[in-house]
Design a protein around this ligand. Structure first.
Ligand code: ADP
Length: 383
């Protein structure tokens, strides 16, 4: 296994008419040996391009890529000792599960010994190597619960099983680094959650260095030791999932991580508080750096809101626009002077709430977030 380091890595695609598309900009990333690192962000943010540069499938325009301390910018993909699992499995349809898993090992054998040696070489050595490959395939298929499927062809497998075979093929070679590009996105919701858990357990067993790309923030949060949130080709935050959730570095991360998304309201600081559209809220005296009248945005998560009676002092007046009952909890969309705000409350507390009801809401003063204005406005830290 290995560590992977990106220093100021950038990618510029040359367009057909000489125009240039900057896909990735100044990405710094240090993935420790055995770490599960997830790149997450909306479509087009540069995740796949970053991954493909690490794989050697895309040229690096700027910066340095190191694996185990050695610069590998110009090393061909096949020499980087990296395994890649794609979204669309890419299994060989005419090979069985066992042959698919063995494929990389067989390739390496041919590559190492050369075709001539394959034809003329000592048969004893060849047999020994075949035995080693068979043992490795058996070991990998046991690890992934594929023993009973070794003789089947890909068309005889479910989507989840195919994905497991693709993972099996990757781990059979025992590479330095694993790269995963949206590997679960072709699976249905339930299987995605199951396979996600399997991947996490597999990582714990292998202690492999993994760089994993997904647009699904929930998948990212459950898998990652380290979460790297990207937007517009840049890293917006690089921290644990917990840290990104509790202390988002900027407004983009705040809105991207967490479901339902954080409520974010544009307004201004005022003496001792925050105001938007003529409605004020007192802020705890923890934001000493705020200047009165400074434009800023206030964030609060849906589960950090208290619903109160209409007109209650200190609350924001609202009307219930929609009620979504989700079993143990209920999401309530509220229309207010602060725009549409979503509150998530326990189902029991929501029993009597109906669409059209007048009420008030209060964000929990202990769990407020403030940001500078703009799409990626920086977090304003409380004391
Ligand atoms: P993601 O994986 O986050 O969806 P990508 O890395 O695929 O994003 O793409 C990042 C940006 O680079 C996008 O704006 C995309 O249109 C552009 N891009 C990706 N591949 C190419 C290419 N081969 N040529 C030109 N532009 C590309």
């Amino acid at each position: 296994m290995a560590n992977v380091r990106l220093t100021k890595v950038g990618k510029v695609y040359e367009g057909p008419s000489g125009s240039a598309v900057r896909a990735v900009e100044a990405v710094d990333l240090d993935i420790a040996d055995g770490e599960f690192c997830v790149l997450v962000g909306p479509s087009g943010c540069g995740k796949s391009t970053t991954l493909r540069m690490v794989a050697g499938l895309e040229e690096i325009s700027e910066g340095t890529l190191e694996i185990d301390g050695a610069r590998v910018n110009d090393l061909p993909a096949k020499d980087r000792d990296i395994a890649f699992v794609f979204q669309n499995y890419a299994l060989y349809p005419h090979l069985t599960v066992g042959q698919n898993i063995a494929f990389g090992l067989e390739q390496r054998r041919v590559h190492r010994s050369g075709v001539k040696a394959m034809l003329t070489g000592a048969s004893a050595a060849r047999a020994k190597e075949s035995e080693a490959i068979a043992a490795r395939v058996a070991e990998v298929s046991r690890t992934l619960g594929l023993d009973a499927l070794l003789a089947r062809f890909p068309r005889e497998l479910s989507g989840g099983q195919r994905q497991r075979v693709a993972v099996g093929r990757a781990i059979a070679r025992d590479p330095k680094v694993f790269l995963f590009d949206e590997p679960l996105s072709n699976l249905d919701a339930r299987l995605r959650i199951e396979t996600r858990t399997e991947l996490r357990l597999l990582h714990r067993r292998l202690r492999a260095t993994i760089l994993y790309v997904t647009h699904d923030q929930e998948e990212a949060m459950t898998l990652a030791d380290r979460l790297v949130v990207m937007h517009r080709g840049r890293v917006q935050q690089n921290a644990s999932a917990q840290e990104c959730y509790e202390r988002p570095a900027n407004r983009f991360v705040a809105g991207f991580i967490g479901t339902p998304p954080m409520n974010i309201v544009d307004g201004r600081a005022e003496r001792g508080g925050f105001a938007a559209n003529g409605v004020s809220l007192a802020l705890p005296a923890r934001w000493p750096s705020l200047n009165a009248d400074q434009p800023c945005a206030l964030g609060f998560r849906p589960d950090r809101i208290r619903l109160v009676a209409a007109g209650a002092e200190g609350s924001v007046s609202a009307m219930v626009a929609a009620v979504e009952r989700l079993g143990d909890r209920t999401d309530i969309a509220l229309d207010s002077a602060w725009g549409r705000v979503v509150a998530r409350i326990a189902a029991d507390d929501a029993a009597g709430i109906r669409e059209g009801d007048a009420c008030g809401f209060e964000p929990d003063p202990q769990h407020l977030h403030l940001f500078e204005t703009g799409e990626c406005g920086a977090r304003i830290n409380p004391r």
